[in-house]
Design a protein around this ligand. Structure first.
Ligand code: C2O
Ligand code: CU
Ligand code: CU
Length: 521
């Protein structure tokens, strides 16, 4: 398998040359890439028991890793957490990951945010069975930023991610290093997730096709536990009633009087957060899904939908020692997210509920204060007003969420979903309520490419709007009910079959996902 993957990778080299010719960053010779990765990791997905609540351990699924070659810092375990180790690599490094599936069912890993060849993207058709392995070989072409990894098997993504399979994938580069941002102890990793537990401390989840089941969406087959109420909760996106940050329930984090860099990931299946600090300080946003912004943006609220990341500076140097601050999600009406049914609210802690996610306990120790750089990076975005516009309706029909009128089909692509490597298009996501007035907010994610939001119209009064800034590169854009959002995307140089989908993972598994095919230029 390994040799075959290497041969496949070598077969891609003409396209890498094309990428170079197209003016992308210089890429070192590829022949060495296949034989000599800079970083080689082993990543295993397996059942494990972890203490989350007092009392019984929670049986879950988790990634563990080992560095086979390269710096030990390439993997950073999060002690006591079910989250997979943080993978930390540098731009330009060649990475090989040997994924071992020790789960009782098929799985495959997707590197969310990374621009990788088709073979390395974790498409569900590449899932490997229980006990099997899959070898990823790719070069890190992304610039510095906070990405993540999670499973992507057919109709089991939501189930597997909910049961613990997720981790951060951090890319570093020289440009970012030159800014001397807070690092090491000055970095906080906040992965936001919600879960429901039963009386025995086990995860409660109603979604997901039965193991080995072939049902499509919620319409037939794949219901699991929970009956009608459970079904509506899955169609709306499954919500937990306990908030976890990096695997701990509402943790208290000891911090010093210094500047922190906080990397946020919304790793929840369906919950949207409208974040705020309890001491009213604004977020100093320095980066988005796709890395550093041109310049920092200051905002009181930070809306983060499933799949999205934010990179933020938090200056606690002027806060009195002994103070406790909270990371909150401020309340908003659940209509801001919308729902599919007429049944009203069915979740124990609905979308928009006021939440405390974590408490920061400030010590008396004074640490380094970093002034926020006025300029962070050179923003290379070039508007292409004459690029072709593709209209992509997001709709709800017969208990199915649709993209451009269709649900997922493993290999199928329409002509509109076929694009040329390196070409630029404007995709216009139109989130239309159905004739019954039903619509939901959908975080729409494209594999393999960071894109830019050009405009959003139609939901200006939605309270989630004030936490959205739309500056910078992103791979997941929240499209609110009734809203039309235009994005400009320049497709990757790597040809092949890639996915775009709603990142409410229950919607994705129900089929709110489509392929797009990149044809060689
Ligand atoms: Cu984070 Cu296709 O997903
Ligand atoms: Cu992705
Ligand atoms: Cu959705």
């Amino acid at each position: 398998m390994q040799r075959r993957d290497i041969l496949r990778l070598l077969a891609l080299s003409p396209f890498l040359s094309a990428a170079r010719a197209a003016g992308l960053e210089p890429l070192p010779a590829l022949s060495q890439a296949a034989t000599q990765p800079d970083v080689e990791l082993e990543l295993t997905a397996a059942p494990r028991a972890v203490s989350i609540l007092p009392g019984a351990q929670t049986n879950l699924w988790s990634y563990t890793g080992r560095v086979v070659r390269g710096p030990a810092t390439a993997l950073q375990a999060i002690p006591g957490s079910y989250l997979g180790p943080v993978i930390r690599v540098r731009r330009g490094q060649r990475v090989r990951v040997r994924f071992r599936n020790a789960l009782p069912e098929p799985s495959i890993v997707h590197w969310h945010g990374l621009d990788v060849p088709e073979r390395a993207d974790g498409h569900p058709r590449l899932a490997v069975g229980s006990g099997a392995e899959y070898v990823y070989d790719f070069e890190v072409v992304n610039r510095a930023g906070t990405n993540w990894y999670h499973p992507h098997p057919h109709m089991r993504t939501a189930y597997q991610a909910y049961h613990g399979l997720a981790g951060l994938f951090v890319v570093e580069d020289e440009e970012e290093r030159a800014l001397s941002l807070p690092a090491d102890d000055g970095e906080l990793l906040f992965v936001l997730q919600d879960r429901r537990f039963d009386a025995g401390n086990q995860f409660v989840y109603a979604g997901g096709a039965a193991e080995g089941g072939q049902g499509r969406g919620m319409g037939r087959g794949g219901m699991g536990r929970g009956g009608m109420m459970g079904m509506m909760e899955v169609v709306n996106g499954w919500l937990g009633d306990r908030m976890l940050v990096s695997g701990r329930v509402q943790p208290t984090v000891d911090v010093d009087r210094r500047t922190y860099r906080v990397r946020f990931l919304n790793g929840s299946n369906a919950r949207i957060y409208k974040l705020a600090w309890s001491h009213q300080a604004p977020f100093t946003v320095i980066g988005t899904d796709g890395g550093l912004l041109g310049e920092p943006v200051s905002q009181r609220f930070l809306t983060l939908a499933p799949g999205q990341r934010a990179d933020v500076l938090l200056d606690l140097s002027g806060v009195a020692g002994g103070t406790s601050l909270q990371l909150q999600s401020v309340p908003f009406p659940s209509d801001a997210v919308g729902r599919a049914g007429m049944m009203g609210e069915t979740s124990p802690v609905p979308q928009g509920a006021a939440l405390v996610l974590a408490t920061l306990r400030v010590s008396n120790r004074q640490g380094p204060r970093h002034t926020t750089p006025a300029r962070l990076t050179v923003d290379r975005f070039q508007p292409a007003p004459n690029a072709p516009v593709r209209r992509v309706p997001l709709t709800f029909m017969q208990m199915n969420w649709l993209i451009d009128g269709r649900t997922f089909d493993m290999e199928s692509v329409t002509p509109a979903e076929t694009v040329v490597a390196g070409s630029t298009q404007i995709w216009e996501f139109v989130n239309q309520p159905n004739p019954m007035g039903m619509a939901m907010a959908h975080p729409i994610h494209l594999h393999g490419r960071q894109f830019r939001v050009l405009s959003r119209n139609g939901a200006d009064a939605n309270p989630l709007r004030e936490g959205i800034h739309d500056r910078g590169w992103t791979d997941t854009v929240l499209v609110l009910p009734g809203e039309t959002v235009r994005v400009q995307v320049t497709f990757s140089q790597f040809p092949g079959l890639y996915l775009y989908h709603c990142h409410i993972l229950e919607h994705e598994d129900m089929g709110m996902m489509r392929n797009f095919r990149i044809r060689p230029a």
